[in-house]
Design a protein around this ligand. Structure first.
Ligand SMILES: C[S@@+](CC[C@H](N)C(=O)[O-])C[C@H]1O[C@@H](n2cnc3c(N)ncnc32)[C@H](O)[C@@H]1O
Length: 253
């Protein structure tokens, strides 16, 4: 009966353009709010990848109920949904994104029910996601106090950002990460290519629109990290990251 009811509400949402669907007793953003490619329109895929991202954190970073995490470019809350369903209500989750409607969704459907989960909108320019936003200056700061996070997570965010902006973020991560904290990010990082290429030809697929794919050369990317006191501990490609590399990063030793 429960199952039938969720099917009915999902159908109503679809017809009237609602913004939430219920699957496996989990509230998910409606398809029009989702990101990362058409495969994420599949509800089961969305939930499975949400949970596998939370598993990535428990397996690689000892992420647990006492952890504090910053999810930069959180979109419509995929990681937060994974954490809540795999780990539970952790000590502190902070999501931040430049698209207001997705942050509003997260505040309403996740933050409204889980008091340790916070979502902040930041009106920062990105020609793909927020072309009308404020261009980042040299004095850029995240709208977060000097709180410290054990993990900073960016899934498919630097893949849409130019190097000057990446550097401003890395400088901020110095401020926001604990001394033993870790960063996980996905990015297009390759050997023997130009330092930075936007929408490169003959690379994986045809890229369309502003900053669809920003690809970095491995040593160039590692040097940017190094300038801000970080190092790549290991890097690997996995199927979930849309052909991007997965980078596991810590403070330089
Ligand atoms: C491909 S989506 C990934 C969403 C989410 N991380 C996930 O895995 O489902 C890229 C996200 O990065 C956000 N974004 C783009 N530029 C950003 C910036 N300068 N700062 C923070 N978020 C940004 C976009 O609004 C979007 O939510």
């Amino acid at each position: 009966m429960k199952m039938q009811w969720s099917r009915i509400t999902n159908r109503i949402n679809h017809i009237f353009g609602g913004d939430v669907v219920h699957v496996r007793n989990i509230q998910l953003p409606a398809k029009h709010l989702r990101l990362c490619g058409s495969e994420f329109e599949d509800d089961e895929h969305f939930i499975d990848t949400a949970i596998s991202e939370a598993e990535r954190l428990t397996e690689n970073f000892d992420f647990n109920l006492g952890s504090r995490i910053l999810d930069v470019g959180c979109g419509p809350g995929r990681l937060a949904i994974g954490i809540l369903n795999h780990v539970g209500e952790v000590e502190h989750y902070q999501g931040i994104d430049i698209v207001r409607k997705r942050i509003q969704w997260c505040q309403r459907y996740i933050g409204g029910r889980h008091s340790n989960f916070h979502f902040t909108h930041m009106d920062t320019h990105n020609s793909r996601y927020n072309p009308g936003g404020q261009v980042m200056g040299a004095d850029f700061r995240f709208p977060l106090s000097d709180e410290k996070f054990d993990i900073i997570y960016l899934y498919s965010v630097f893949s849409h950002m130019i190097s000057d902006e990446v550097q401003l973020y890395l400088r901020e991560f110095q401020r926001l990460l604990t001394s033993s904290g870790k960063i996980f990010l996905t990015a297009f990082v390759e050997n023997s290519v130009p330092d930075v290429s936007v929408n490169p030809d003959d690379y994986m697929r045809t890229w369309k629109g502003p900053l669809h794919c920003v690809r970095y050369e491995t040593d160039f990317f590692a040097a940017m990290l190094g300038e801000h006191g970080f190092q790549i501990d290991y890097m690997k490609r996995d199927l979930l990251a849309d052909g991007q590399n997965c980078l596991y990063i810590s403070r330089s030793s």
